[in-house]
Write a protein that binds this ligand. Structure first.
Ligand code: GUN
Length: 291
């Protein structure tokens, strides 16, 4: 029997819990939590992501403000805007949607955000604290995956876990979290220079794939009864109204029946990522207001 790890339903439940907390804080006379987002340029996927973050904020009763800047915005102007948001006491979270246009240094941008409102968890201080298992903002996708595994009661202690992908946003923090005390998995990280990734994944109890290559993980790369988490979400051209379909990194239809649990795409990790951002923003708000 395969359990479908239904991130959509779980995120809906968890978002509802955030809304209840926010309603309570507001009824006690506190201001709403406030998430600010900066979007530079016209990237279609980025626009969609930012719009969904705005909708999520609305749903839970957060205030959201989106700064939409033209693609030719100078790095200096962007850094100035970040600085003014950093100094706004009434803003609890700030994200700059990535990627930024090529003439802007993304590292400079993430480092310019005050780590105390770095709800993406991309700042070096946030990453350093995560690595040392200190309290911090954990970036939304790894956080969402951990929440999902916990909620479904997936055992990680003593299990072998292969993370495919080593990005700063997903693979790297994911591998650190899975090996930390409390989860206690034995973690292997595979990446583009790993020969025969399947040799690693087919021996793993848990596989977390974040490579952005549709159908990358095939059925012969998976152990019978493994838990498979698919972080991939690639737009593939299609002859439909939107002009694309979303594809995960796992060859879902062929892999599914071999697993004990698997995330679908869409409706798996994606909604949990969105929840992660709300969670971090509420966490920052509570800290600021001593709640
Ligand atoms: N681009 C893709 N994913 C993310 C994310 O989680 N945060 C930001 N700021 N940009 C992204």
């Amino acid at each position: 029997m395969t359990t479908i790890l239904d991130g959509k339903t779980l995120a809906l439940k968890l978002r509802g819990q955030i809304k209840e907390k926010v309603d309570k804080f507001k009824s006690e006379g506190h201001r709403a939590p406030h998430l600010a987002a900066i979007l530079v340029g016209e990237d279609g996927a980025s626009k969609t992501y930012v719009a969904s973050k705005e909708r999520d904020c609305d749903f839970v009763g957060f205030k959201s403000s989106v700064h939409k800047l033209p693609a030719d915005t100078s790095e200096e102007d962007l850094l100035n805007l970040i600085s003014s948001i950093n100094n706004d006491e009434d803003i609890d979270g700030l994200i700059v949607q990535l990627p930024v246009p090529k003439h802007i240094n993304a590292t400079k941008v993430t480092e310019a955000i005050n780590y105390e409102i770095d709800v993406d968890g991309f700042h070096t201080i946030s990453v350093g604290k995560l690595t040392k298992n200190e309290d911090t903002f954990i970036s939304a996708t790894p956080f969402g995956v951990i929440m999902m595994l916990e909620d479904y009661g997936i055992e990680t202690k003593g299990k072998s876990c292969v993370v495919v992908g080593r990005s700063n946003i997903v693979g790297r923090p994911m591998s650190i979290l899975m090996s930390q005390g409390g989860r206690d998995a034995t973690v292997t990280v595979c990446h583009r220079y790993t020969p025969n990734v399947g040799e690693f994944t087919k021996n793993a109890d848990i596989v977390i794939v974040a490579v952005g290559i549709p159908d990358f993980l095939k059925v012969d790369m998976v152990k019978e009864g493994a838990v498979i988490v698919d972080v991939g979400i690639t737009r593939v051209d299609a002859d439909n109204k939107r002009g694309y379909v979303l594809k995960g990194d796992v060859d879902y239809e062929n892999v599914k029946d071999k697993t004990s649990a698997i995330t679908p795409v869409p409706g798996g990790v994606g909604p949990m990522t969105r929840y992660g951002l709300l969670f971090n923003t509420l966490k920052s708000y509570k800290k600021k207001l001593n709640l």
